[in-house]
Ligand binder design. Structure first.
Ligand SMILES: Cc1cc2nc3c(=O)[nH]c(=O)nc-3n(C[C@H](O)[C@H](O)[C@H](O)COP(=O)(O)OP(=O)(O)OC[C@H]3O[C@@H](n4cnc5c(N)ncnc54)[C@H](O)[C@@H]3O)c2cc1C
Length: 541
């Protein structure tokens, strides 16, 4: 488990005693000792808090928010690290979300996360992706031009993705799209490093594992709608300060509706209500529930759903993929002149350092200086990322040794030892099981919709349920919901309308029992299409 800085102190666990009139709950789960609420919001991350806020805004106060963690923010999580030699206090660094991605352009809409970051005065700095130096196993090696080459090819990929989408053509891998655009890194490890910087770093999967169409949809809806800017948040109160602060605009201090440190183990759902059971034996009966758990949690059977999830829902959950992006933090001491070893290149203010390993693609390729001007100057904090699944499987010493070997190739053998080192293991964190989702090649919007769709009174609203903003903090923003900023807020508003309108049932989200491929009709299974032997014949097996 991570350690966190609780900003408002520990909040008391307690149960809401207010009963509601004649609720109907799933069969066999009625329990008079359960807490009763109109709406149970499962998860106190960005989506959960946004959902609760939309209920509050619609004058629905009979809700509870439940989270296994001791803080508000979910994957917007921070910890203390290193030591500030002036104050003798540790620094705060972000383990999860770190950037506001896409801000605002003239005449365009503003990313609502940026609006909130400004509202709560989060300290942040523009990440200048042109401020980069490139290295290989022999030290400094100038291959920054390859980033431009990738971006040229990417323009073609974008155009092609538009054609695929608008003409309803078959989706393909981002790799196919890049190859067609004549970007073919193959054994060129500098090209591989450039590609990692441009693609894997953002999507947490390689181009081979990602949809061309939906990677572009995802990119465009953030970076062409808002702006191409990414601002790095280094606020020492923690990035989650803005979520927590929003939460306390409608929650009271010690609000009994907020159930932190509460591990949900089962969710029984029906068309008439939802019963949530927790590891401590407590339970909540609600007319509606909004589940904001990460895709990783849903995929790892953390929660027992009753009845078992239907096949169409499972296809949606298993169809999307959960990525892992890990930041590996070092704090280094300054040299005798007060500077750090990565500041001795042509531009001491450089923000990023890209390494091309001669053998392994994605071998600790991207390093970032938090000592750069405008960040946490003088901190000596330098962090990198890598093929996260692998790094998260091994112990600290093994990873530290591997990264130090890379740094010595980049900057010379006489660099100092770190004075602190740390990294989270997102892929094994039982309340997340990964960092953020990615759209695999060939996943249709119908199958993704099955991930989003409600099961009776149980609704879903986590990051992965957004077809356009998956992987980001921001969610559904331009669906006619003024100020909506995540799927959570959108779903919360839907349910509030339903309750407010005294309807007996909300209009369900569409779901698809059967999702058909586009080339598998019997008419097309012909020798002309290369279908010579039927895979349905068993020949005596
Ligand atoms: C390493 C990393 C880097 C990222 N970088 C960025 C970035 O720079 N910019 C950006 O926009 N986005 C970034 N993201 C993505 C962003 O953090 C997420 O999209 C967003 O925080 C998801 O919010 P959510 O509310 O949907 O899910 P979550 O934050 O996961 O909230 C769900 C909540 O459910 C709780 N929960 C889970 N299981 C249970 C259970 N059994 N019982 C009770 N509670 C449970 C969890 O504790 C959690 O608080 C990053 C994420 C990670 C991990």
């Amino acid at each position: 488990m991570f350690t966190y800085l609780p900003l408002r102190g520990a909040l008391l666990l307690s149960l809401l005693q207010t009963a509601i009139a004649s609720p109907a709950y799933p069969r066999n789960t009625q329990n008079s000792t359960c807490t009763k609420a109109k709406v149970a919001v499962l998860g106190a991350g960005m989506a959960g808090i946004a959902a609760a806020q939309s209920l509050h805004n619609a004058s629905i106060s009979d809700f509870v928010v439940i989270d296994v963690n001791s803080y508000i923010g979910g994957r917007v999580a921070h910890t203390t690290f290193g030591i500030n030699s002036s104050t003798k206090q540790p620094y705060t660094v972000e383990l999860g979300a770190n950037w506001v991605q896409g801000l605002v352009s003239d005449g365009g809409p503003e990313n609502p996360i940026w609006t909130l970051a400004k509202k709560w005065g989060l300290e942040n700095t523009y990440s200048n992706y042109s401020s980069i130096q490139t290295y290989d196993q022999d030290g400094s090696a100038d291959f920054a031009r390859l980033l431009d080459n990738f971006e040229d090819a990417y323009s073609t990929v974008e155009q092609d993705a538009g054609t695929i989408l608008t003409q309803n053509l078959q989706d393909r891998t981002m790799r196919t799209g890049l190859s067609i655009a004549d970007w073919k890194p193959k054994k060129d490890m500098q090209m591989q490093a450039a590609e990692w910087w441009e693609f894997d770093w953002e999507y947490a999967y390689s181009p081979d594992q990602s949809s061309q169409t939906w990677a572009i949809v995802n990119y465009n809806t953030t970076f062409y709608q808002f702006s191409g800017d990414n601002n790095y948040v280094f606020d020492q109160r923690g990035f989650n300060y803005f979520i927590e602060s929003e939460a306390y605009t409608f929650l009271q201090s010690n609000d009994t509706r907020l159930h932190l440190n509460t591990n949900i183990t089962s969710i029984a759902y029906s068309n008439s209500g939802v019963t949530i059971t927790n590891a401590d034996g407590s339970c909540i009966q609600a007319d509606y529930a909004i589940c904001t758990f990460s895709l990783g949690v849903l995929q790892n059977d953390v929660v027992d759903f009753q009845p078992a999830l239907p096949a169409w829902k499972q296809t949606g959950i298993e169809g999307m993929q959960m990525g892992t992006y890990t930041k590996i933090f070092f704090q280094f001491p300054p040299g005798s002149d007060g500077t750090f070893f990565w500041e001795h290149g042509p531009d001491p203010a450089t923000q990023f350092f890209l390494y091309a390993d001669p053998v392994e693609r994605g071998w600790y390729p991207v390093f970032q200086s938090l000592s750069a001007p405008g960040f946490i100057e003088g901190s000596g904090i330098f962090f990198c990322n890598s093929r996260s699944y692998r790094a998260e499987q091994q112990d600290d010493d093994a990873t530290k040794a591997e990264v130090m070997a890379v740094l010595k190739k980049m900057f010379g053998a006489d660099i100092p030892d770190p004075i602190d080192f740390m990294y989270p293991r997102w892929s094994t964190e039982p309340w997340a099981y990964g960092s953020y989702s990615n759209w695999p090649p060939g996943l249709s919007i119908e199958t993704h919709q099955n991930l989003r769709a409600n099961l009776g009174r149980l609704w879903f609203a986590g990051e992965a349920t957004s077809a356009e903003y998956y992987g980001f903090l921001q969610g559904r923003v331009l669906m006619g919901l003024k100020g909506a900023y995540t799927e959570g807020q959108a779903v919360g508003t839907t349910i509030a309308e339903c309750i407010g309108g005294n309807k007996t049932d909300c209009k369900s989200e569409p779901s698809y029992q059967t999702v058909r491929g586009c080339t598998t009709s019997e008419r097309q299974l012909t020798p002309e299409n290369g279908w010579f032997v039927s895979s349905m014949d068993t020949f005596g097996f």
